[in-house]
Design a protein around this ligand. Structure first.
Ligand code: CP
Length: 325
């Protein structure tokens, strides 16, 4: 398949390597300033006249809807591929051809695809920035930005924290992207998973080469007492080719409020959602639960990313720049 980028060096967000630490911190500061806009308390149409293309070839609730909310809160518009079953993909249209079309219809594209590497493939032939909303078991960098925002909101910093990533570390793209970012900010990492779902060895090796202090364990609960963040993940049933293999690890961790009696008072529990049974509803009302705020933070983090990639500056004082709804 030929790569037809029409001559521009277009920079999207495919992996966290596309952002420096300084850029990450700037985007988080931008996101903080945009909170009243994300909450609908202030109208600030910075992206009026711009169109986002939402191309989701896999199911999504949060990523797709928060991109759409982010764009609309900033006065922009959104076109959706919609259900793949009602698109020309079912007639055999290739990803390459689909990207060529949507590239012409929009100013920026948010994309999720089941194939690892698909977002980079799309970016290589597109003239508009691509925001990778998840490529198979590969990366999910916009999720990482909202995760970092949530961690910084709770702890006031990113550096030097002890973070447990638990569950499906093999197929979970959120933990692949997040572990890279946390390493760059000097966090200590604990990878808690069943043996079958360990973090891929090449990722562990890469993180170690970059100075990460990593502990790998199957015992989540005994590691929680001095953790600052416990990041739970769903076991990704859809990535297993063998149902029997899935049955061996399904329900491996079921975090209950009873497990939280000896944890640090400021420890936060995160989850990219959707959850299945890995966090019991008894946790929801505890001071530690942050997963619903985390999902809301997807709006503000994606607003800041859309502005960054579309080169639209965010005013220092959004209250002065914005108006009432
Ligand atoms: N966190 C996340 O990616 O959720 P969705 O699959 O609902 O987009």
């Amino acid at each position: 398949m030929p790569v037809v980028n029409r001559g521009k060096a277009v920079t999207g967000l495919i992996t966290m390597d596309d952002l420096t630490n300084e850029e990450i911190l700037e985007i988080l500061a931008d996101a903080e300033r945009l909170l009243p806009v994300a909450k609908g308390e202030l109208y600030l149409p910075l992206l009026q006249g711009r169109i986002l293309g939402n191309l989701f070839f896999e199911p999504s609730t949060r990523t797709r809807m928060s991109f759409e909310t982010a764009m609309k809160r900033l006065g922009g518009d959104v076109v959706n591929l919609g259900d793949v079953k009602t698109s020309s993909v079912v007639k055999g249209e290739t990803l390459f051809d689909t990207i060529q079309m949507v590239d012409g219809y929009t100013d920026i594209i948010a994309m999720r695809h089941p194939r690892q590497g698909a977002a980079q493939y799309a970016q290589d032939s597109a003239n508009v920035p691509i925001l990778n909303g998840g490529d198979g078991a590969g990366h999910h960098p916009t999720q990482t930005m909202l995760d970092l925002f949530t961690i910084k909101q709770a702890h006031g910093r990113l550096d030097g924290l002890k973070v447990i990533l638990a569950g499906d570390l093999r197929y979970g793209r959120t933990v692949h992207s997040l572990s890279h970012a946390l390493t760059r900010f000097g966090c200590e990492l604990v990878f808690a998973s069943p043996e079958l779902l360990r973090m891929p060895s090449e990722i562990v090796a890469d993180l170690s080469d970059h100075g990460a202090k990593i502990t790998e364990t199957e015992d989540l609960y005994s590691m929680m007492n001095d953790a600052d963040v416990v990041y739970m993940t769903r076991i990704q049933k859809e990535r297993f080719s063998d149902e029997d293999e899935y049955a061996k690890v399904a329900g491996a961790y079921k975090l209950h409020a009873n497990h939280l009696t000896d944890v640090k008072s400021g420890m936060i529990i995160m989850h990219p959602l959707p959850r299945v049974d890995e966090i019991h509803p008894s946790v929801d009302k505890t001071r530690h639960a942050r997963y619903f705020e985390q999902a809301f933070n997807g709006v503000v983090a994606r607003m800041a990313l859309l502005c960054k990639l579309l080169h639209v500056p965010i005013p220092n004082d959004v209250t002065k720049a914005g108006g009432a709804l």
